[in-house]
Design a protein around this ligand. Structure first.
Ligand code: SF4
Ligand code: SF4
Length: 160
């Protein structure tokens, strides 16, 4: 489990993955935050109140899947780099995954990077299709890569 290995298990992932029907509608967040931490910037970052913490700041964030628009505003605000956006409607057989990236160099649109799983193992090459790196994000770039649609549960990092 995450607590022992630092890597989310398939069972833990099932609890935070949007349902298939919501994934098929387009971009949506996946919040892989499973511990009761005193942390909540994701809640105030969301313009549509799709992230809830009913028991206060140490509660785990709960995403209201049908309210989330997949805008990505919460991604760079998470200090745990635990929020991802997946878009299953990107192209036939392909999805996009947006993730926080705090290393240098920051890749550019059009670059090819290695897509990694949660343990750092390379899964495939991936094309960078968008990079947002504005002062408002305070040096946390949000990088969007194109990945095989059947790897959305596995790919969670990149190597430039
Ligand atoms: S992706 Fe946008 S709408 Fe969805 S939870 Fe994050 S901030 Fe809210
Ligand atoms: S900001 Fe990130 S680490 Fe903090 S509660 Fe939200 S998802 Fe978890």
């Amino acid at each position: 489990m995450l607590k022992n290995t630092g890597i989310i298990t398939p069972e833990e992932l099932e609890n935070v993955m949007p349902p298939r029907a919501r994934l098929e509608k387009g971009p949506v967040a996946i919040i892989e935050c499973l511990q009761d931490l005193p942390c909540d910037p994701c809640v105030s970052a969301c313009p549509v109140n799709a992230i809830q913490m009913k028991a206060g700041i140490t509660d785990k964030p709960q995403l209201v899947f049908d309210t989330c628009t997949g805008c990505g505003a919460c991604v760079p605000k998470c200090p745990g780099l635990a929020i991802f956006i997946v878009n299953m409607k990107h192209a036939p057989g392909l999805a996009t995954l947006s993730l926080s990236y705090e290393l240098l160099p920051v890749p550019a649109k059009g670059d090819e990077v290695e897509a990694l799983d949660r343990s750092g193992t390379a899964i495939c090459r991936a094309k960078v299709v968008r990079v947002i790196n504005t002062p408002a994000y305070d040096r946390t770039a949000v990088v969007t890569i194109e990945i095989p649609a059947d790897r959305i549960n596995e790919i969670r990092a990149i190597r430039v």
